[in-house]
Design a protein around this ligand. Structure first.
Ligand code: ZN
Ligand code: ZN
Length: 405
């Protein structure tokens, strides 16, 4: 998914020059050393603060805006007292990976090692870590760090912390650039690591760590996890949408898929269990479904108007937007006003919500529908993802025998 906080990785560097509450002593040191100002701030940080990055890792990275993934060796930090080291088994391919690979948002720090849908096995445990042991099955999603001090961090909503650092293309507290899951192992702060329930497979669970949590939290925030019998709409039937359908059905709701593609109806109804299907370009079908839905989650990142979707909501209904088109979305006032409707956003989920989602998935046997790919086929998978030619998520077999790592 698209992560609005990605850009903060860079914004943070400049804004924290002026703030007094930043707790990285290395960066505080740099702030008082004006003579290093001729270098870029990033290279200062890397040079000054990463002496403990001694572990050599093989992975796949994109080196420049050509956007092609190639084998790449890089360094990770030693396992610190709050860290766990994870031998990566699988990593899902998220559309965000493509955006960063191609520098679509102008904030990519090459080389970028993508991947924030990571599952693996713990091989080292820091001395402050109590909740994990060697051999545990764990996952890492979009978050690498947050400030731990703000109201959001203190109330298990750290995904809304203003200082969050992402699993890749972020800047960790030691000043190093973060590298993601397209790699053999990673070192992660245990506060952003979740446990994978025993009955969930490691490959088909990987995409739950971004795609899954992205559509789970809107259900949770709108009290739809434990209150069955509502009428729920899902706009778009891709990686996120198919999981939203699974959640909606597992939680006992009547689920309507809203899609531009009539040919997806059979799949939606017969394989995923959707109750209804609306072709969003068909005015008659839209009119017939006016004011019928209590809640809609919109998973489409292509530019589209929210007006016709809002009309499907009953009075006081809610539309949750979880994907971001490059252009502003069209939001007409009349359907909002005449239906007293709300539009709200949602940004993945916190670590505790991600654990809650995995436990719910364990209970209902929900996993992502995946196509497993070898590391050598990452570029091919990216090309197919670009064409929406995937059912429904690619997952890279990092630890498999055929892996080129
Ligand atoms: Zn993602
Ligand atoms: Zn915080």
């Amino acid at each position: 998914m698209w992560s609005p906080c990605s850009s903060r990785s860079l914004n943070r560097l400049s804004s924290h020059d002026r703030e007094s509450n930043f707790f990285s002593t290395d960066l505080l040191f740099l702030r008082t050393e004006p003579q290093v100002s001729e270098q870029s701030l990033e290279s200062q940080l890397m040079a000054q603060t990463t002496p403990n990055h001694t572990q050599t890792v093989s992975g796949w990275a994109v080196l420049d805006s050509s956007g092609k993934a190639v084998p790449h060796t890089f360094k990770r930090r030693e396992n610190g007292v709050d860290d766990v080291t994870i031998e990566i088994m699988y990593c899902g391919i998220c559309h965000t990976d493509l955006h960063f690979a191609r520098n679509d948002w102008g904030i990519t720090m090459y080389p970028v090692v993508p991947g924030h849908e990571i599952t693996g096995i713990i091989t080292k445990v820091g001395s402050n870590v109590n909740k994990f042991r060697l051999g545990d099955r764990v996952g890492v999603g979009c978050l690498a760090a947050s400030c731990l001090e703000c109201d959001f961090c203190k109330s298990s909503r750290e995904n809304y912390c203003d200082q969050i650092q992402l699993t890749y293309n972020g800047i960790f507290w030691d000043g190093s650039i973060t590298y993601g899951g397209y790699s053999k192992f990673m070192v992660a702060d245990h506060r952003y690591v979740v446990r994978i329930p025993e009955n969930l497979p490691m490959d088909a669970t990987a995409p739950l760590l971004c795609a899954g949590i992205t559509v789970f939290t809107p259900f949770k925030d709108n009290n739809l996890v434990d209150s069955p019998g509502k009428k729920v709409g899902v706009v778009g039937l891709g990686g996120l949408g198919h999981l939203a359908v699974k959640f909606g059905k597992a939680f006992g709701h009547h689920v309507t898929v809203i899609s531009t593609s009539p040919f997806k109806e059979k799949e939606a109804r017969e394989r995923l269990g959707a109750d209804d299907f609306i072709v969003s370009t068909n005015a008659r079908e839209l009119q017939a479904a006016r004011r019928t839905l209590d809640f809609i989650v919109d998973t489409v990142s292509a530019k589209h108007s929210l007006g016709p979707i809002l009309e499907l909501l009953t009075v006081n209904g809610t539309l949750a937007v979880v994907c971001a088109p490059d252009q502003p979305m069209e939001l007409p006032a009349f359907p909002l006003i005449f239906g007293k409707r709300s539009v709200r956003g949602s940004m993945t989920g916190s670590t505790s919500e991600t654990q809650e989602m995995l436990d719910v998935c364990s209970k209902h046997n929900i996993t992502c529908d995946i196509e497993l790919v070898k590391t050598d086929n990452i570029n091919e998978a990216w090309d197919r993802l670009e064409r929406n030619d995937v059912r429904y998520r690619f997952v890279i077999d990092i630890a498999g025998k055929s892996s080129n790592l």
